[in-house]
Write a protein that binds this ligand. Structure first.
Ligand code: AMP
Length: 219
């Protein structure tokens, strides 16, 4: 089964993907995570991507598509067949390329899930987010604080603010989302693949809506 998870920055895509991975046997393909790893590792791709990410702009399609193609092929070769794409595609060109990549592997998108959230709460969610500098676990200073302030519950490393969770960068990221979300909704809607869920509910409720509207059975 192939699921795409869409939503504005801070809508909970990463959290829901994590649940689908741990509970339902999906492999998560998060282009944001892939790009952040490349930046941290200092690869040439990471160096190219960093400026775009720091400004809250989209990284060029060819870079992101190449990353996704490589990872999907590798996972398929290892026998995985349940994927959740988190934060990809973000443009129609990426959507077309994803179709091509999947068609070549005799696969197709089953559902494109849009997590809709109230805009007012998003900035608060993003500015309060903290991530582990080592294992990337995600916290929130109010909604999901770590047991010891500033330290990860899982590995004890320092918690940091993502460089693109600054208020000025957040507004560009939200603008970028708005600029493409409508077209992507229409695109997947035209194939009858669109699923919309209310992301203002609690994490478990959102998860239940995703499971019931996509008919996921345990993998
Ligand atoms: P995310 O973690 O999904 O919010 O992504 C963080 C940043 O990575 C975005 O603001 C973009 O700069 C970049 N990025 C992630 N996914 C994509 C994508 N599919 N296309 C272009 N840029 C992306």
């Amino acid at each position: 089964m192939i699921l795409l998870l869409f939503g504005a920055p801070g809508s909970g895509k990463g959290t829901q993907s994590g649940l689908l991975v741990s509970r339902d046997g999906f492999v998560q393909i998060s282009t944001g995570d892939l790009l952040r790893s490349a930046v941290t590792a200092g690869t040439s791709l990471g160096k190219d991507a960093k400026g775009f990410m720091d400004r809250g702009d989209l990284v060029p399609d060819r870079v992101v598509i190449g990353l996704v193609q490589e990872l999907v092929r590798e996972k398929i070769a290892h026998g995985f067949n349940r994927f959740i794409f988190d934060g990809f595609p973000r443009t129609l060109a990426q959507a077309h390329s994803l179709n091509e990549i999947l068609n070549n592997l005799a696969l197709q998108v089953d559902h494109a899930i849009f997590i809709d959230v109230d805009r007012a709460g998003l900035v608060k969610r993003l500015t309060g987010r903290r991530v582990c500098s080592s294992c990337s676990a995600v916290y929130h200073i109010e909604n999901k604080p770590s047991a010891v302030v500033g330290l990860c519950d899982i590995c004890g490393s320092n918690l940091v603010i993502r460089s693109d969770d600054r208020e000025d960068v957040i507004s560009s990221r939200l603008e970028n989302y708005d600029a493409t979300a409508h077209a992507l909704k229409n695109y997947y809607g035209s194939f009858g693949k669109l699923v919309e869920v209310n992301g203002d509910k609690c994490v478990e409720e959102v998860y239940k809506s995703i499971v019931s509207s996509t008919g996921i059975v345990k993998g």
